[in-house]
Design a binder for this molecule. Structure first.
Ligand SMILES: *Cc1c(COP(=O)(O)O)cnc(C)c1O
Length: 434
């Protein structure tokens, strides 16, 4: 690295917050020079195969000519205008496409800036919905443990209470209701008793519940757990039975990652509200969408306020919409199905066998998701450095070493990721001593 780059890193360490690390004793950050295809190129010279898709958002790879072109073209027209009273083709095309692609019945589109905000929007919609139905007492949210829905306050109030450190924010967090996490794994034999406690909570509390929120099939940042489609089916049935809105948080699973375009399709259900984010622009820009049914949108609009009470400054940002449209256009060519099937196949053949390793507690694979649950917590600074030395970008948390590579990853690149995981599993200093 040259002098300027070294100085930059030093400044970064002293002044720039990074996610979930200390400001006084931060974990190291690596300076990125460029990224292309599945590669992240560091200023220090390493070329890393990306196993994270930049927090699960990249689909077709970095520096993609079509996505670049869409952004440049839109920049030359206009980068942004307010969405109040004005509209534009990129937002209209995106909304049309999302209505067409998402599970049926979701016909009204609210665009916002990030996943957490799209969850805030979904929660506000559900509370405003019941208010407009003269049932303001239905204002609580029911969810399951081990969930993750974002870092803003209302989103945080439906994250796992332990992982989400609820006691820390106790005085200000909404008091919501938590059922146990789904137990039956995706590929296990279905056990109907898995929904007993959830069912009991619906029965006991439905008069005060506005909505039930869940990540369909994959509980992501709350533990990388894959649960049985029948559980999700039961959630839809319970919501119908007890008059509760179903919010599907597909921010991580939406747009192909699990092998279906939306994870809801594994259970053949449609939610009343769906949240999309992360993958929406193929990893280029921050953009999220909350879609709801005509019934939800019309009831809110006919209620006391006469409109939905939310409107971000950068709502429907044309650059973000334009690049989302380009990304969805690539997705609609349907190469993703084969890409994800190939990734899943390699994960099953080469990642699964690591189950025999003494340091491995569990391996979970679904579509483009491969999870190795270790028996011990990782030693972040050490394991991260080792992955970089091994030519890959993998960022574990807790006991979870997982990979969600860009859809375009080939066999050689996937082999490198898996080989790196198998290498670090053998290294004691990459793990915390119990
Ligand atoms: C990442 C994530 C969010 C939050 O999205 P941000 O863009 O980080 O605010 C919400 N829900 C799920 C399921 C996620 O994976």
């Amino acid at each position: 690295m040259n002098k300027k780059q070294t100085e930059n890193l030093e400044f970064d360490k002293n002044h720039v917050w990074h996610p979930y690390t200390s400001m006084s004793k931060p974990l190291p950050s690596y300076l990125v020079e460029s990224a292309d295809g599945v590669h992240i190129n560091l200023a220090s010279g390493e070329k890393l195969v990306d196993g994270m898709s930049s927090w699960w958002s990249v689909l077709h790879g970095y520096n993609h000519p079509e996505l670049n072109h869409a952004l440049i073209k839109q920049t030359e027209k206009f980068a942004h205008v307010m969405f109040g009273g004005l509209t534009h083709e990129p937002a209209i095309t995106l909304s049309q496409t999302l209505i067409e692609l998402t599970p049926k019945g979701l016909n009204k589109v609210f665009l916002s800036d990030s996943g957490s905000v799209s969850v805030e929007v979904a929660l506000k919609m559900s509370i405003q919905y019941w208010h407009s139905k003269n049932k303001p007492e239905k204002h609580k949210i029911l969810t399951v443990r081990n969930g993750y829905h974002g870092d803003t306050f209302a989103a945080m109030s439906v994250c796992d209470p332990v992982n989400g450190m609820h006691q820390l924010f106790e005085p200000v967090l909404m008091k919501n209701l938590f059922a146990p996490a789904p137990k039956t794994a995706f590929d296990q034999a279905w056990d109907v008793s898995d929904v007993d406690e959830l069912s009991a909570m619906f029965e006991k509390h439905h008069h005060e519940i506005a909505a039930f929120i869940i990540e369909p099939i994959v509980q992501g940042a709350g533990g990388m757990r894959l649960y049985h489609p029948n559980y999700l089916k039961a959630c839809r049935e319970l919501c119908n039975q007890y008059n509760v809105l179903l919010i599907a948080d597909e921010i991580a699973t939406g747009l192909g990652r699990t092998g279906k375009l939306f994870a809801c399709e594994w259970a053949n259900i449609s939610p009343d509200i769906i949240c999309l984010g992360k993958t929406l622009t193929g990893g280029y820009m921050t953009l999220a969408a909350t879609l709801c049914t005509d019934e939800v949108a019309n009831s809110i609009s006919n209620g006391e306020a006469g409109c939905f009470m939310h409107g971000p400054t950068f709502m429907g940002n044309p650059l973000a919409c334009a690049v989302a449209n380009a990304s969805l256009k690539i997705l609609k060519r349907n190469e993703w199905q084969k890409q994800i099937a190939d990734i899943e196949c390699i994960f099953k053949d080469e990642l699964m066998p690591l189950i025999d390793h003494p340091r491995v507690a569990d391996i979970r694979v679904l579509g483009g998701i491969g999870v190795v649950e270790a028996t011990e917590n990782v030693e972040m600074a050490v394991i991260q450095k080792r992955f970089v030395e091994l030519g890959v970008w993998i960022r574990p948390f807790g006991k979870l070493i997982y990979i969600m590579p860009p859809f375009i990853s080939n066999k050689v690149q996937l082999n490198l990721l898996i080989k790196a995981i198998s290498t670090v599993l053998a290294e004691d200093n990459c793990f915390k001593r119990n």
